[in-house]
Design a protein around this ligand. Sequence first.
Ligand SMILES: NC(=O)c1ccc[n+]([C@@H]2O[C@H](COP(=O)([O-])OP(=O)(O)OC[C@H]3O[C@@H](n4cnc5c(N)ncnc54)[C@H](OP(=O)(O)O)[C@@H]3O)[C@@H](O)[C@H]2O)c1
Length: 263
Amino acid sequence: MNVGFIGAGNMGGAIAMAVRKSVPHAKIYVAEHNADKAQRLIDTVGAVACDVQNIAEICDFVFLGVKPQTIRTLLEEISNISSRKEDAVYISMAAGVTLETLCGYLGASPVIRIMPNTPVAVGEGMTLYACSCGVSPAQEKDFLSLMAQSGKVDSLDEALIDAGCAVAGCGPAFAFLFAEALAKGGIACGLTEEKAISYAAQMLYGSAKLLMESEKNARQLREAVCSPGGSTIRGVQSLEEHGFGEITANAVQKSFERTKELG
Ligand SMILES: NC(=O)c1ccc[n+]([C@@H]2O[C@H](COP(=O)([O-])OP(=O)(O)OC[C@H]3O[C@@H](n4cnc5c(N)ncnc54)[C@H](OP(=O)(O)O)[C@@H]3O)[C@@H](O)[C@H]2O)c1
């Protein structure tokens, strides 16, 4: 299987790493403006440097890892390549850019719109996807095989992908910000930076696992940690007094609105 990546920055690079683990025998081709990023990926996943035209001619699956602001230029370029492989599946990760827009440039080519996140790089990603009507069941199955080692992959009605993006795609930045803030508090209480960030990271990881595996919901799990008069409830009260829940929900809505603008 030939798999191409056009744009191999943070997200494209993370998916390329997952694809390498999922399908070790796949040939991976990379077209990337930035020579350092391209070389890093070539060294990490054993990819071959290529250009857009070659990728369009030889690849069965083509991941488009460029920014929403530049994807139309790239789509225009691809649509003008008369020798491009007819049945290649194009996979766009561009936030907000709809299947209608993508198919408008790519014609009859099968197209999958995905919304991944950077934890894909360590096999713990959350990727949402929607297929154009040109994607056959066999192609969808192959796409899922490529993503097998990326973490969770969920088919979602395209109308909801931007909402999913605001939680799962943008969410890692919110989680890292929270980790930084937890560590800052720990340092203020006397921990070293190294220990504070490592405790925060393991705590977030374990809490996420517990939330996914427990029969209890997030509120019930939170309440189970908060004994009356204890230390946790004091911290939770402080977060609530400062509007933590509302601020976080508002951040998701802001990201959602921006995703819509990017399309
Ligand atoms: N980062 C995330 O957490 C995340 C999550 C979900 C979805 N996404 C989506 O993933 C896409 C990529 O985001 P990113 O954060 O990975 O961006 P990024 O780090 O800036 O990577 C994009 C790379 O593509 C290169 N590029 C642009 N046009 C190209 C072309 N025609 N040929 C070859 N290389 C080209 C860019 O080089 P130049 O800058 O030199 O042009 C850049 O190095 C975006 O559409 C974004 O919406 C990102």
